[in-house]
Design a binder for this molecule. Structure first.
Ligand code: F0G
Length: 477
């Protein structure tokens, strides 16, 4: 919550921290940016940091840490088994989430792997509010199927709906009623990554968990993006509850909670917690086999110390509100200038609607991928394609319902300043005015078409775009 009003009434987000350590970044000339994106195969994942001015690819593992976290890292008790740091993190998790049994893993998808290994059998189903790539992949690897049961309001790109991540609870109930024996578990994702980091309401989370109990199905809560979601529950649904109370209320309803500590907890690693001894034992064997001894599970012990502090910091409203406020500012500035973004502003980042930005690029030429490359050329900022490259359609000629072509401009927490966001807005306004110069991209013949593979531009539009940049910005970077 922004507690500070400006006399000018400008809706500026205000940092609730001071900067202790900084890292120099480079802004390379536009000609080099064209070269760099060509070298990267028009895929922002393949750019190297040296060529990137604003790294807005993700909020994963790149959030700024506090002096408290960095200091705590020196207290790490390095032990292969029985580290006191494991005990410390376990105690913090129990204090905040009320779960006594803790399994570490090296990151979020490793938690998903362990959970899927333990509970998904061939032919089983995993309903969830929305699909996320890494979780669906683990479920499919075990022969199961992930099923999205999102309320249709979540797929409206622009609305003022406060909780677009909510379940279609009627469909969830029907599925549980008719097919409970085939359901491995229900996965509840808060916030909801692929629809624009949109929050799910506490009401919908609790309802989903209650239905699971009623039909004897395990509830699994993916809390990776819970930090931003906490802010939205606090500001849009339950202002009377503290962040700590919201955390506990949600956690108490769930059988298993896991998260990527690259996002929640301002560190790097993965966490699985539960109160069920039976479920714990089922999962523990796979942590030992795939991750590491179950008191470190592939995590660096130093990061565990940092997460103890990072989780406690997450209970502070000043801290959890920073990300959403910066994202809202960026979204508002872009919208004011006629650039369509997913609304309302959610967590994680600002999401550009590529189909509106470059309506002349057909879906077969990846509008979001093309726009992500153009954004990099125009600004040196790298975002992430969230569309047909990231989630290929089963039938490339048939557009699935609600297909989104988005460019995600993630806002890593406490990393970038308002002037850097203003710079980005300026370059995006220019790009929008020159959007007709942006062309499509394609996978070369014989490519595997993975989201991290190389693509190529169709024609020399990148050079033409750079030439126009030079004309308009003279010798500016
Ligand atoms: N669940 C959610 C909701 C996520 O957003 C992610 C990661 C994971 C699980 C997997 O965690 O990366 O630690 O293995 N999202 C990253 C992103 C990759 O950029 O959105 P991980």
């Amino acid at each position: 919550m922004n507690k500070v009003m400006f006399y000018s009434r400008k809706p500026l987000p205000l940092e609730m921290h001071k900067v202790c350590i900084v890292q120099k970044t480079n802004l390379k000339p536009v000609e080099r940016r064209v070269e760099a994106i060509r070298e990267a195969g028009f895929n922002s994942y393949r750019l190297f940091s040296d060529d990137v001015y604003l790294d807005m690819l993700t909020d994963s593992g790149v959030n700024a840490m506090t002096n408290g976290q960095l200091g705590a890292m020196m207290l790490a008790d390095e032990a292969y088994a029985g580290s006191m740091t494991y005990k410390k993190l376990s105690a913090k998790l129990e204090e905040l989430f009320g779960k006594k049994l803790f399994l570490p893993a090296h990151q979020g998808r490793a938690c998903e792997h362990v959970i899927a290994k333990a509970f998904v059998k061939a032919g089983t189903l995993v309903p969830m509010n929305f699909i996320f790539g890494t979780s669906a992949a683990q479920i499919e690897l075990m022969g199961g199927k992930a099923i999205a049961l999102l309320d249709t309001k979540g797929l409206q790109k622009q609305s003022d709906e406060p909780f677009k991540g909510d379940f279609d609870e009627a469909r969830l109930e029907e599925m549980l009623k008719n097919e409970a024996s085939r359901i491995a578990y229900v996965r509840i994702e808060a916030g909801t990554n692929l629809i624009g980091g949109q929050p799910i309401s506490m009401r919908s989370m609790l309802r989903a968990a209650e239905l699971c109990k009623q039909y004897g199905v395990i509830s699994v809560f993916d809390a990776s993006l819970f930090q931003d979601n906490l802010h939205f529950i606090k500001t849009r649904e339950h202002p009377e509850l503290s962040i700590r109370e919201i955390t506990r209320k949600v956690a108490d309803a769930m059988d298993i909670i896991y998260f990527s500590a690259r996002k929640l907890g301002f560190g790097r690693g993965g966490v699985i917690i539960t109160n069920s001894q039976e479920m714990f034992v089922e999962m523990e064997q796979y942590v030992a086999r795939y991750e590491g001894f179950p008191t470190y599970g592939g995590m660096s012990i130093r990061e565990m110390e940092a997460i103890v502090v990072g989780l406690e910091e997450t209970m502070d409203e000043d801290i959890v509100s920073q990300g959403p406020q910066f994202i809202e500012y960026l979204c508002n500035e872009l919208q004011k200038n006629g650039i369509d973004v997913i609304t309302p502003a959610g967590g994680l980042g600002c999401h550009l609607d590529a189909r509106k930005f470059v309506p002349h690029i057909p879906l077969s030429q990846y509008p979001a991928g093309s726009l992500a490359a153009a954004v990099y050329i125009a600004s040196g900022a790298r975002g992430m394609e969230r569309g047909g490259i990231d989630e290929p359609w089963p039938d490339p000629d048939k557009e699935p319902f609600g297909a989104m072509e988005l460019v995600r401009l993630a806002v890593p927490r406490r990393v970038y300043t308002v002037s850097q966001l203003n710079y980005l807005v300026d370059r995006l306004i220019w790009l929008k005015q020159n959007a007709s110069l942006i062309g499509g991209i394609r996978f070369p013949e014989g490519s595997n078409r993975h989201f991290y593979d190389r693509l190529e531009s169709i024609g020399d539009w990148p050079e033409k775009l750079a030439a126009k940049f030079r004309e308009d910005f003279h010798d500016s970077l």
